[in-house]
Design a protein around this ligand. Structure first.
Ligand code: PMP
Ligand code: GLN
Length: 387
């Protein structure tokens, strides 16, 4: 008999855990889970090493070290031109994952409705469930994965408390346009709804600028903006994140955060503060480096015969795999891992109805050139389009 509570049993195991372990066992090249094959910058790691050696290793304040909250506020000012008070409007969390959980648990009453855009990051519906909320959602469909604003309007209702928007968007790579976000903002104002924006890929946008919900007119007052260290500094194992929101919303995030994790490892906070204090050239180089990797993988997958949806942001790209035969995404990925030797993510677990993601496969390009080259060689050798 299983002791897993029904709440979690219904969600099964995380697709990332499952695919990563199957891929490792099979010796496949991993273009699946989104972790870089290189380690983060020395100046960031060094700041954490110095902190371990020469500073405190005891509990930091629950809301985060002042040095980090000030660095987050300074970077936010550079990125948005807006001021956030480090003492009352910024909260440091255990990655964006905990920021999401604290925000949802802190703001939601059982019975409230949360609106999601599908495909969604896998923790969103689970957090909603933990908070006792009901999920309403709309599906972004290929080829453009645009937000269907009319359909979205129809899922806003009297019980809607919150909408969660991830931009740049995992897994489609969309960076939502000003018009799309203005459309959402209008609905939030009309229905008195809070916007939670997951911006962990904020510094990975290609030939397009990130529009942030919090900067649209009066939306600051009803927006919680989330991000973290993992992607921007290639340190996904650091799990250091943050929430930026006006005082009345930050209070709710903090109310939950103090009992979820209480605080975040001290040295990583010093390291992250050093990272956020880097000159603009660090962020510009990150962007251009990823744009090159994106183009390299998209060209290669195109040569193999995939129909690729070129991402505007993130380090992921979706492709249509159905040219290689009629399989579900899960069947296709298992074929890739076991017969071709390359791992990717089957996106159907990011949808309420798995068939919405069945034709798609997600590849990550946060991988060094030899890894991507070797994966492309295997794909070219091992995949055939049926005649
Ligand atoms: N949101 C999205 C969209 C992500 O892709 C990820 C990836 N890990 C996270 C949140 C979680 O971020 P963190 O590792 O900082 O918890
Ligand atoms: N965000 C990463 C991805 O989408 C994975 C994070 C995880 O393993 N939970 O690949």
């Amino acid at each position: 008999m299983s002791y897993v509570s029904s709440r979690f049993a219904s969600f099964g195991s995380s697709v990332f855990t499952e695919i990563t372990s199957v891929a490792r066992r099979a010796g496949a090249i991993d273009l699946g889970q989104g972790y870089p094959t290189w380690e983060g910058p020395d100046f960031v790691k060094e700041a954490a090493v110095v902190a371990i050696r020469d500073r405190s290793n005891q509990y930091p304040p629950s809301i985060g070290l002042p040095v980090l909250r000030e660095a987050i506020a300074a970077r936010w000012k550079l990125d948005t031109g807006m001021t956030a008070d480090p003492d009352t409007e910024i909260t440091v969390t255990s990655g964006c994952t905990e920021a999401l959980a604290a925000t949802i648990l802190g703001l939601i009453e059982p019975g409230d409705e949360i609106i999601l855009l599908e495909p969604f990051y896998d923790s969103y519906p689970v957090c909603a469930e933990m908070a006792g909320a009901t999920v309403r959602s709309v599906v972004l469909r290929p080829p453009d994965f645009a937000i269907p604003l009319d359909e979205l309007e129809s899922v806003f209702g009297d019980n809607t408390q919150l909408i969660l928007v991830n931009s740049p968007h995992n897994p489609t790579g969309r960076v939502f346009s000003r018009e799309e976000l203005e459309g959402i903002a209008q609905l939030c104002r009309r229905h008195d709804v809070i916007a939670v924006t997951d911006e962990v890929y904020e510094h990975m946008t290609y030939d397009t600028d990130l529009v942030r919900m919090a900067t649209l007119g009066d939306m600051w007052e009803r927006t919680v903006s989330l991000s973290s260290t993992g992607k921007t500094f290639s340190l996904t194992g650091w799990k250091t994140g943050w929430a930026i929101a006006p005082v009345h919303l930050s209070e709710a995030v903090r109310a939950a955060h103090q009992f979820l994790t209480y605080t975040v490892p001290n040295p990583m906070q010093w390291g992250t503060a050093a990272g956020l204090g880097a000159g603009q050239s660090y962020f510009d180089e990150l962007r251009s480096d990823y744009q090159r990797r994106r183009d390299f993988l998209a060209d290669g997958l195109g040569r193999v015969g995939f129909d690729v949806f070129l991402p505007e942001g993130t380090y992921f790209m979706l492709a249509d795999h159905t040219g290689f035969g009629e399989r579900t995404d899960v069947e296709f990925v298992h074929h890739l891992i076991n017969e071709v030797g390359v791992a990717a993510i089957p996106p159907s677990s990011f949808y309420t109805d798995p068939s919405d993601g069945s034709a798609l496969v997600r590849f990550a390009f946060c991988k060094d050139d030899p890894t991507m080259e070797a994966a492309l060689e295997r794909l070219e050798a091992g995949l055939r389009r049926p005649p």
